[in-house]
Design a protein around this ligand. Structure first.
Ligand code: CMP
Length: 140
């Protein structure tokens, strides 16, 4: 299996509860390496652009409001098959459906305030990483 990259976002529900370190520790203990990281406050335009694929969904306006409600920490994670590994560590979108021990099961507040985002394919990972980072900001 190849070493690849994925994009992670520690969401406003987690930064508000001071869980940045706890989430990062769970990612690292699972074998993912943080090769880029920054704490930012998304603008409405940035959140709408990042989640554009969901713009027709009934939860879109609420999602954008939530993602702009506080700081987020965007991270590039590197590891063996990083997209799939990160998705296993995160657990299902709905914390009630997530496996015990996963980040969302242990820490998420709701299906919307679900603590972390992770890319869902290598193609989207490349697009999402480029949305937030330039190559010189990523140091493996
Ligand atoms: P994420 O993995 O970042 O991708 C889209 C986000 O939309 C998702 O996590 C949740 O934060 C949110 N989301 C997905 N489904 C729902 C839903 N049914 N109701 C509210 N928010 C949702």
């Amino acid at each position: 299996m190849a070493v690849t990259r994925t994009l992670s976002i520690i969401k406003p529900d987690a930064t508000r509860r001071n869980l940045t370190g706890r989430v990062t520790q769970m990612l690292e203990e699972a074998g993912l390496r943080v090769v880029a990281s920054k704490r930012i406050r998304l603008t409405r335009a940035q959140a709408e652009a990042f989640y554009a694929v969901h713009r027709e969904r009934p939860f879109f306006a609420s999602l954008v409001a939530f993602m702009t409600s506080g700081p987020v920490v965007v991270q590039v994670l590197e590891g063996e098959d990083a997209v799939a590994l990160n998705r296993r560590v995160m657990g299902a979108t709905d914390p009630a459906q997530a496996e015990p021990g996963t980040i969302r099961r242990e820490l998420a507040e709701s299906i919307e305030a679900n603590t972390v985002h992770g890319s869902d394919s290598d193609e989207n990972a490349a697009r999402e990483i480029a949305f937030f980072f330039s190559e010189i900001e990523i140091v493996g």
